[in-house]
Structures are given as structure tokens and as C-alpha cells.
Design a protein around this ligand. Sequence first.
Ligand code: FNR
Length: 342
Amino acid sequence: MISKHSHRKDEHISLAEKFYQDTDVFAPLRFVHQSLPKYALSEIDLSTKIGPINLQIPFYIEAISGGSPHTKDINQKLATIAKKTGLAMAVGSQSVALGDASLVETFTVAREVNPDGLLFANIGADKTVDDARHAVAMIDADALELHVNPAQELIMPEGDRQFNFLTNIKQIVEGLSVPVIVKEVGFGMSRETIQQLADLGVGYVNVSGHGGTDFAEIENFRRRDKEMAYLKNWGLTTPESLMESRPFQDRLTVLASGGIKSPSDIAKCLALGSHAVGVAGTFLHLVIHENIDEVIRVIEQWQYGLKTIMMLTNSKNITELQKKKLILPLSLASYLEQRHLT
Ligand code: FNR
């Protein structure tokens, strides 16, 4: 019989796909076009770094899958795509496998398929240092994503009602030898949150903002009563969250995810200061609807698309792209003013 944890993992996949939509929080932000490109396409360098980790491509497959037979298949497909394209990949939360050995293979499949690839482990910040070490060792991970998801938990009838994130995060950051990336799950991060994380010694954050997969909507749909519908759209968008991270970008490595649907969205996250960009909902949507070769073609097209934007903004590499100023819509300019971020 399928466990209730595995059932929840399958539901997350089907509901993320059911609610996958074309909202675009990035469209109103614009680059300044340059008509006289300084660099040839062959000179554009997409490589970036997450601390000691070198990425040839500045976007990666964000945490989605694992924890059930169906999500094992998805991890297998995603890992095949990661191997063939050179993308880094995060597995979904391994928490379920810490207490159920039969689920371990739904995550280790990602390492078996792609022995030399960059792989990120993932657990919740409610877990201990030992759990964190176990998750990293399970897939021989290059980094650990530690997710904070209080909004999701509070909407889930079976979710947590109290959080000891700060103590756990501090111990895990101090106790692990690989980079620990504290990440949201699509509700974004405020300056206050990032300040708290910086004070704990966290070196890497993924703001994972609102604009794509909405776990408030997903968890509300899973409830018998639908009373939490008012939290749909809760959170800070990915552009807002990146703006909130600005004061810390000289101290912390900032990553982004949440609502990425195109190379232009990736370029905008990089220009707002992120070092790399995770894609969950859109890649899930693609693997559900397309065969592996088609997904690989799309990812190669995204790399070309990102290079064209870098040519048209005279950015030779990611460091130069990070210095480009975007034109902001009035709503975002007003947000910055109200948050004293200008
Ligand atoms: C997720 N996400 C997620 N994040 C995490 O840290 N651990 C997890 O186990 C999961 N599980 C998960 C399942 C599914 C089906 C989806 C679509 C997403 C959240 C994900 O990594 C990301 O932070 C958000 O989805 C926002 O990015 P997108 O989906 O808008 O690109």
C-alpha cells in the first residue's frame, strides 16, 4: 500500500501541474536595449558560482520530486536531462526517506543516473544536523537546500504549528561541510528574514518568491474545508524578494526561484543580483508533457536565449549582467519606497 507521505508527494505533482499558469511577475521589468553589441555570441560566458561550486549554466532544476514510485520516475527523467545538458539539479525533500528506507531509492536514482553531476540535497529546516548529514550522504550531494515553508505548513491540516527553524538552521550550517542554502518554497523572503539568516551565519539563500507554483493554493485544494483560500497569492514576489536581498548581496550568495518561465526571467533574476536561478514548475510542466529530447532542446534554446539577452545588454559574463540596472514598473518602485529599499 502506498504511504500517506508518498500520496502527498504525488498530489503535489498533480496539483502543481493542475494550477500551472501563465502569470508573469517579470514582464513589467525591462532591460535597456543596446544596439551596438560589444561581444560575439561565442564570447558570452554563462558560468557562475555558488560559493565553491562552479556551474557552467546559471539555471538549474529546482527541488520537485522524490518520495513515491511516480516521483522516482520523474527524478529519473530530470536527472537524465541534467546529465545531458549539464544543469545542476536539486531533489525534492528527502525528509520522508529519513524515516522510511523503502523511499531512499526514489532520491538516489538521481545520483545513479548522473554520477558526476551537481546534485543538491533537500530537507526541511525542522530537521536535525544528523538528518542533514544523512540527506547529503544519501545522494552524495554537492550542497544542501534547507527549506523553510511556514505558510505551507500552516495551511496543511497535518502541518506544523510551531517552528524551531533558527536553532536548527544554525546547527546545520555549523555542522555541515557542503554549502547550506536556506530556501523558501515560493513565498519569497523579506529583508528581516534575510537579516536573521545572515546573523545565524547562513552564507546562501534562495529567496524562492511568489509568481509561479503557489503552495497556498495547492495545500488549500488538498484540505477538506477550503477556508484558507484567502492565502492564495500570499508572499513576496521573486523580484520583490531579490530587492529585499539587495542590502546583503555583498555578504551572502543569493539565489532565486519562483515563477521562472523563460530565459528573460532568468536574466532579470541575475540582473537583480542572484548568482543562479532555480526552475521547478516550468520544468515539471515540460517533463509531464514532452519527451526528454524535447525538454533538452528547450533547455539548449534557453541557454541561447540567455546569451542573446547578454549580447543585447553588453554583458560578457554573469558578473557584468548582475551590474545592469533594470527599468522597474511603478508598482515595484512604490514597493521599494515603502520598504525603504531605494
Ligand atoms: C516543490 N518545491 C519544493 N521545494 C523544496 O524545497 N522541497 C520540496 O520538497 C519541494 N517540493 C516541490 C514539489 C513540487 C511539485 C513543486 C512544483 C515544487 C518548491 C520549489 O522548489 C520552488 O521553490 C517553488 O516551486 C517555486 O518555483 P517555481 O515552481 O515557481 O519555479
